[in-house]
Each structure stands twice: as C-alpha cells, then as structure tokens.
Write a protein that binds this ligand. Structure first.
Ligand code: PMP
Length: 360
C-alpha cells in the first residue's frame, strides 16, 4: 500500500497466472499451452513481416487489424460471419476485459459459475461489476435453468475452466435465447479440443444479437506467446468493444502478431492435425489415470481435471514438482482436492504417469 495509490488500485485483487518457470527442463503442464509448435506458415509470416532489416517496425500496425478480421470472418464464413462481426485483441483476456466494461456492466449483477475462470471476478473488481456466482451441480456441470433468472449479463467458459466440462450447444442456445435483454458471453478458449466436430456457439451468432463468442489463438493455434484473441458477435456488440478499445489502446496487436495470426487462422491442416493429436493424447491419458485410481471429469479441453480419492491434491502437486513436473492446483472451495493437468506431448504424458506411479 502506498499513499500514491488510487482507491481503485487499493481495492484490487489481481489475477494470479500459472507459473512460467525460468528452468527449461521442467515438464510444464500447468497453463494449458499447446505442446506442439505453431503453424510453419505463421513462422514464415513473421519472417516476411520483419524482412531483411525490420523496416516495417518503424511504422505503427493497422489499428483495426483488418487482415486478421477478414481471416477470422473467413474461418467462420459458413456461419455467415463478416469482418463487422469480428473484434480482435491482445489475447482473449483483453477481449474479455473489454466485454466486461462494454457489455456486462449494468444495474443488475451478472452471473457466472462458482467454479470457473478466476479472471472473471477480477474484471468485476476492476470495473465495478456486481456478480452472483452460480453453483455448478455436484458433477461440476452448468445447470441451464439457473441462468434463466433476471441478470445484468452472463459469462461462462465452454468448455468450462478449470473443469474441462462442455455444455452442449443446445444448452448454450437455451441460455442465449432465454436472456434477450442481456448479453451472454461464451468464452470458448478451449472449444477446438471438444471433439472431431467443434460445437462452437459461433454457429448461433447470426441468430442472436445478444451473444458474444470469444476465442483465442493461444491454445488450439499454439500461439500463447503472441497474444491474440477475438470475439464474434452482432456488429452492435462489436462496436461497443471497439469503442472501449479505441478509448484505451489504438494498437493492441502489433505487426508481427497480426501477420502470424492471419497465417495461423488460414492453416486449417496444421490446426486440425494438432488439435486432434491433443484430443487423442487426452483420451489415452484419462484411461491411464483411471488405472492409477484417479477420478477425471469428462474433458472437452486440452487439460483434464482429476482427483485421487486417497491422496491429497496439494501433496501430489508438490511431489510432482519435485520430479520436475508442474501441474495446477487451486486452493479454492470445492476444488482443492483436484489437479488441473494440461495435455502434453505423449512423452510428457508418459513422464507424468511414470512420476505418479512412483508417488502413489
Ligand atoms: N479464457 C479462459 C477460460 C482461459 O483459461 C484463458 C487462459 N488463461 C483465457 C481465456 C485467456 O487466454 P488468452 O488471453 O491467452 O487468449
């Protein structure tokens, strides 16, 4: 605390991201990064953008990232998406932050699950948004009817984090259709790992003017380090986000980020191959974890959420760490006995299983 701090800053409880260790030898399964490299086309685009002498870096990037909006719209063209339906930001965290301020800050409290992405209450604190945490059921599933009561807005990740549980698209649609007077934000950071078919609410955007779907290139496109996320919604919702963005930072995406993100969005083959590899490894890991006695929630994400009936989760996380493997353990109500484990390469999953066999 300092006397120079504003009242707002004094009142903040900032988000704590998972550790980014300085040691490179660790098996890092704690922040849901993709274990595979990004599209080679994205790397080529980075080099092209830099050129021989990096001269383009003298110049500001396109403040509207029009090429990227076009590439995102193109990917969702089957759902009728045009560039006017697209907002882009510096990671989906920034997109979400703007959504809290632009679309979720009204007179009534917003609703989100009691077990969910821990950044949501942080944004509420930053922007002065009241919220009600709505309990997931005992299997950590979203109860649709709980979101059909008066509210100032709704936000939930689908699949949810850190549980990995998916709300099927008809459930999402019931929530969106049942709330014509408030905005429903569906945070689809992990949706591309749901299965062969991707049950994205992007399919509903053209039908519902109150739906905002947020996605990221951090997970299924292996570009967490580049910081690119986007939203799809009715042009009026997008305009609200643009108004906040243009009152905050005109150039949230730099030239390199725009160039590589466009190439990554265009590389369907790489996207499909890597997301399928992660899904396959997840299913194999869940089966092996079951043999070790773990209960794992059904996951539609690039991580699993598991507990062992006989072993304390905090102790397990510490023992894994001693063996050079880091997973995420949340000391929060209802989930303090669970571990969230990112799906790594098959070699990393094997290292995890070997360590667990030793510990148990
Ligand atoms: N939403 C959820 C549910 C997440 O878990 C994350 C990753 N921490 C994000 C959004 C933000 O991801 P990014 O800012 O890298 O796009």
């Amino acid at each position: 605390m300092s006397k120079y701090w504003s009242a707002v800053v004094r009142g903040l409880t900032p988000y704590v991201p998972g550790e980014q260790p300085k040691l490179s030898k660790l098996v890092k399964l704690n922040t849901n990064e993709n274990p595979y490299p990004p599209s080679p086309h994205a790397l080529a685009a980075l080099r092209d953008e830099l050129g021989e002498d990096g001269a383009t870096l003298r110049l500001y990037p396109d403040p509207n990232a029009d090429r990227l909006k076009a590439a995102v719209a193109h990917r969702f063209a089957a759902f009728g998406m045009a560039p006017a339906n697209v907002f882009v930001g510096n990671g989906s965290d920034e997109v979400l932050a703007h959504a809290f301020q632009a679309l979720l800050r009204h007179d009534r409290p917003i609703r989100f699950p009691d077990v969910t992405y821990s950044f949501y209450p942080v944004y509420c604190g930053l922007y002065g948004v009241d919220y009600e945490a709505v309990a997931l059921d005992e299997d950590f599933a979203i109860v649709v009817d709980d979101y059909l009561q008066p509210n100032g807005g709704i936000i939930f990740p689908n699949p949810n984090a850190p549980t990995g549980r998916l709300l099927p698209l008809d459930g999402v649609e019931r929530i969106v259709a049942g709330n014509p007077d408030s905005v429903v934000v569906v945070d689809e950071a992990y949706i591309d790992f749901a299965g062969d078919a991707i049950p994205s609410a992007a399919a509903l955007v053209a039908k519902y003017p109150n739906l905002l779907v947020v996605q990221t290139l951090s997970k299924s496109r292996s570009l967490a380090g580049l910081r690119v996320g986007f939203a799809l919604g009715h042009p009026e919702l997008i305009e609200a986000l643009e108004r906040v963005k243009n009152s905050f930072n005109s150039y949230p995406l730099d030239r390199l980020a725009i160039a590589a993100a466009v190439a990554a969005m265009e590389d369907e083959a790489h996207f499909d191959a890597t997301r399928r590899a992660v899904i396959e490894s997840r299913e194999a890991l869940v089966a092996e974890m079951a043999k070790l006695g773990f209960d794992t929630l059904p996951s539609a994400a690039n991580f699993i959420f598991a507990r062992h009936p006989q072993h304390d989760a905090g102790t397990l996380a510490a023992a894994l760490r001693e063996r050079g493997i880091i997973v995420r353990h949340f000391r929060s109500p209802r989930i303090e006995q669970h571990l969230r484990i990112t799906i790594g390469t098959d070699a990393q999953c094997m290292a995890l299983l070997a360590a667990l066999r030793e510990i148990l």
